[in-house]
Design a protein around this ligand. Structure first.
Ligand code: SF4
Ligand code: SF4
Length: 458
């Protein structure tokens, strides 16, 4: 019996429906709509970019990046333009030693428009670009074969003479991706819509929205052998994306190994941990102390935070320039980086049912640990001389109670334990303090009292 041919990917089905293309705009055509600019971003940056071959390190001088938007809110573009480490500007100027200059084709950032803007993509489709390129998708892919049944389309970017008899027709984002992905050095999905389908792919959507990975299929490999690289987030941390781009470019330049990606194509060093593990509120969780409403400073799990089971680094990386980011700024994690977002996290801002077990355990343990920590904290908030003189000379409190006899005994016992195996223990005078303050003395004669106690409890 003949083996079944592997099922076609959505991208292959789309290209089957559209057929090949062989007509392109006249290169002198700058278009007649919008604001066709005679300048181009590449021409403007070239004189100031580090493209001098004598200073270049590595084989690549330039890498083109084609940015496409599917069903998107443009939040990914906003995030990336705010990235700092590295910044988009520094990549465009080739300012990083060893990295090629990035030539960006972005519908919001570039000054070109119309046919002039699409020219580089046309050249890439024809294999005449003369430099490697990568494609970036923000927003999810729509199933254009459905829209085509009624003669429409969901998401378009530019027009090409690809209609019957060379008529101009809108080219969908899907079509550009399907035509360009096989020749790309790398294909990157940015944001949760592009990486996993995200909100446009939520239950009930009419567009058949899907991720770049779903569109290109599991056997997809770029011209340089890479499956789709995924940098999720809604919106993603801009630095996560530019850092991933830089790491891949270093690899393409031959300076470093392929950066480590997890089994879903996420940069492993960025998404290997749950956001809870680096959360600024993690210690409240551990002590079993929870916020009752937004604005409280404690752990937000009981008002809807999914952080303990979500792969994300925003609490350590910050939203922009290490500032802000969900729980840092008071928001609960709703799982926006995850493939199951949003359907597996709704309704938002409700206690995740699975958290009950761990919050109950933390409450019990925290009920024991918290008073003990407070007890030690009180002791460590006192100078040694205050212990000896049994007085805290602070003018900041009308009344500052001194530790009780029982508390003192406990601290002395604790101090003995703490220093029991301290090989640097000084049997004579204690270190670091003048003796008059470290031993109990007769206030009249200033002589050390027999059996007087040093700060270490001897
Ligand atoms: S706020 Fe969320 S991520 Fe932070 S400690 Fe609480 S549960 Fe974990
Ligand atoms: S903490 Fe949660 S909601 Fe915030 S960015 Fe990360 S995954 Fe998204």
């Amino acid at each position: 019996m003949a083996a079944h041919a592997p099922a076609k990917t959505p991208a292959e089905r789309l290209l089957d429906a559209l057929g090949p293309v062989d007509r392109f705009h006249d290169p002198s055509d700058i278009g007649d709509f919008g604001m066709p600019s005679r300048a181009s971003l590449e021409d403007m940056l070239d004189p100031v970019a580090r493209t001098d071959p004598t200073r270049r390190i590595g084989p690549l001088e330039k890498v083109h990046v084609f940015w496409f938007a599917g069903m998107s809110c443009d939040g990914c573009s906003v995030s990336v333009t705010g990235a700092q480490a590295p910044s988009v500007e520094s990549l465009l100027l080739g300012a990083h030693p060893g990295l090629p200059q990035v030539v960006l084709h972005h519908p919001v950032i570039n000054m070109e428009s119309g046919p002039k803007y699409m020219r580089a993509a046309e050249l890439a489709v024809q294999g005449k670009l003369g430099a490697p390129y990568t494609i970036v998708l923000e927003g999810s892919i729509t199933d254009e074969t459905v829209a085509m049944q009624t003669g429409g389309y969901w998401v378009g970017q530019g027009e090409e003479p690809w209609g019957p008899d060379g008529e101009l027709r809108t080219v969908t984002t899907d079509e550009w991706i399907a035509r360009l992905a096989p020749g790309a050095a790398a294909s990157l999905a940015i944001g949760t819509c592009a990486t996993w389908g995200g909100i446009p792919a939520a239950n009930g959507n009419p567009t058949g929205a899907m991720s770049l990975m779903d569109f290109l299929g599991k056997d997809y490999r770029s011209a340089f052998g890479l499956p789709v690289v995924n940098v999720p987030g809604c919106a993603p941390v801009g630095d996560n994306f530019t850092e991933t781009v830089a790491a891949i470019l270093y690899f393409l330049q031959g300076f470093g190994p392929l950066p480590e990606f997890d089994e879903l194509g996420r940069p492993a060093w960025l998404f290997g941990e749950t956001v809870h593990r680096h959360c600024v509120r993690g210690a409240y969780y551990e002590e079993g102390t929870y916020a009752a409403e937004f604005g409280d400073k404690e752990c937000l799990v009981e008002i809807g935070c999914w952080g303990p089971v979500v792969n994300c680094n925003i609490t350590s990386r910050g939203a922009i320039n290490h500032v802000g980011g969900c729980m840092n700024a008071g928001g609960a994690c709703i799982g926006c980086t995850m493939p199951g977002f949003p359907d597996k996290f709704t309704p938002f801002y409700k206690t995740p049912p699975g958290s009950k077990v761990s919050t109950t355990a933390s409450r019990i343990l925290g009920g024991l640990i918290k008073p003990l920590r407070k007890y030690s904290n009180n002791h460590l908030n006192r100078e040694v001389r205050w212990d000896l003189h049994k007085e805290t000379p602070s003018g900041w409190a009308r009344e500052k109670s001194e530790p009780s006899y029982l508390a003192e005994v406990g601290h002395r016992f604790y101090d003995r334990m703490r220093r029991s195996d301290d090989t640097g223990k000084n049997p004579g005078e204690a270190w670091g303090k003048r003796t008059e303050w470290t031993y109990e003395r007769d206030p009249g004669t200033e002589k050390r009292l027999p059996g007087g106690t040093a700060h270490d409890g001897k």
